[in-house]
Design a protein around this ligand. Structure first.
Ligand SMILES: *Cc1c(COP(=O)(O)O)cnc(C)c1O
Length: 356
């Protein structure tokens, strides 16, 4: 059946795969919903897009994305709110960030209204794929790749923009142990760290693998110049509770501007929790862990929401984080608030939920 919108056509699947999915045993990102969105850019303009059954692309081996890595992505979620409705959480922030990433990578921006309509139609079409139990949601992955068949190095003239979706369970199960990275760098001043550019993640795999071999779950990245100031935790923004104050580094060209980070800071302010956006050195972190002033550490991001850090390895010494497991930790208070809003159980004072 073909339906139309002003920007794209809709071709529905004739055979839904939903009955093959065990929604009680969802992993992260292995199961894909019935439909995807696809739109191509050529001759200097976005062409008419399409929602169609989820399936593979056919591409030239010379497609520029395979060689020079011109690729960006986003990650956002749809939730079932109390009355069975489905809401997107702050999608406008993801759309704006996607276009900021596109600009940095010399890729065309996607008009906001078109992006929003594609998201809304796709989620609406596959709304039965939005899981309803406590830790689950529908993860949405918009992305753009360079598709010109050309082997010279320059910005591609053709692109594909696509969105697909995965019903997901929890990302990390429980707390994580992190290692402070003193040698490798995720992002450099003047680089692409603020963009969700594919290459940033490829470059982070090797140092992360080394950390896992040492028994850690992920890295606490430090700045590229001194390897002394904390930047991010894996692919999440980093937060600490020091003397009752929520401390988080400022976003910059090396620290990605997380939607979860922004939301958590706003909720902390709403709850009268003091917040400081400032640099945090490893020296301060170490002495705070030794003295017990650093009571909590956690990563915040869409995939994992809030992940408590239970142990931090600094130059070969592991420091436990005191309140990682406490039910009345600030991290847990903020998680309950944020999760409550996203699932329609707490009042959405800021108008963050966009019902589909
Ligand atoms: C996506 C991402 C985050 C978290 O951003 P959210 O919008 O909260 O999901 C943080 N750091 C990096 C490097 C990221 O890629």
């Amino acid at each position: 059946m073909i339906e139309t919108s002003s920007f794209f056509d809709i071709q529905k699947t004739e055979t839904s795969r939903i009955s093959q999915v065990d929604f009680t045993k969802l992993d992260f990102g292995r199961v894909f919903s019935d439909h995807m969105f696809l739109m191509e850019f050529e001759d200097g303009a976005w062409q008419r897009g399409k929602i169609e059954p989820y399936g593979p692309f056919t591409m030239s081996p010379a497609s520029m994305v395979f060689h020079y890595g011109q690729a960006i992505f986003e990650g956002m979620k749809a939730y079932k709110t109390g009355n069975g409705e489905v809401s997107l959480f702050r999608p406008g922030m993801n759309i704006a960030r996607f276009n900021k990433s596109a600009h940095r990578m010399c890729m065309p921006e996607v008009p906001e209204d078109l992006f929003m309509e594609a998201l809304a139609k796709l989620v609406d079409l596959d709304k039965d794929w939005v899981p309803s139990d406590a830790e689950s949601s529908l993860y949405i992955r918009p992305f753009m790749i360079a598709t010109d068949s050309y082997v010279g190095v320059r910005a591609s003239e053709k692109y594909a923009f696509s969105i697909f979706m995965c019903p997901v369970g929890a990302y990390y199960k429980g707390n994580v142990r992190v290692k402070v990275e003193r040698k490798y760098t995720r992002a450099t001043p003047g680089g692409t760290g603020y963009a969700k550019a594919a290459g940033n993640y490829a470059g982070s795999l090797y140092p992360s693998k080394l950390a896992r071999e040492e028994g850690y779950d992920q890295l606490l990245w430090t700045d590229a110049i001194h390897h002394e100031y904390i930047e991010e935790s894996g692919t999440m923004n980093a937060m600490f509770v020091i003397d009752g104050v929520l401390v988080s580094p400022a976003t910059s060209d090396t620290i990605l501007e997380g939607v979860t980070r922004d939301s958590v800071i706003q909720l902390a302010q709403d709850l009268q929790i003091p917040v400081e956006i400032r640099r945090l050195s490893i020296t301060e972190l170490r002495s705070g862990l030794e003295s017990g002033k650093v009571k909590e550490a956690f990563g915040v991001g869409t995939a994992a929401t809030i992940t408590p850090i239970s142990e931090i390895g600094i130059d070969g010494i592991n420091y436990p984080v005191a309140h990682a497991d406490s039910a009345n930790s600030i991290a847990n208070t903020l998680l309950q608030e944020l999760d409550g809003i996203r699932r329609g159980k707490r009042e959405d004072h800021h108008g963050w939920n966009i019902p589909i």
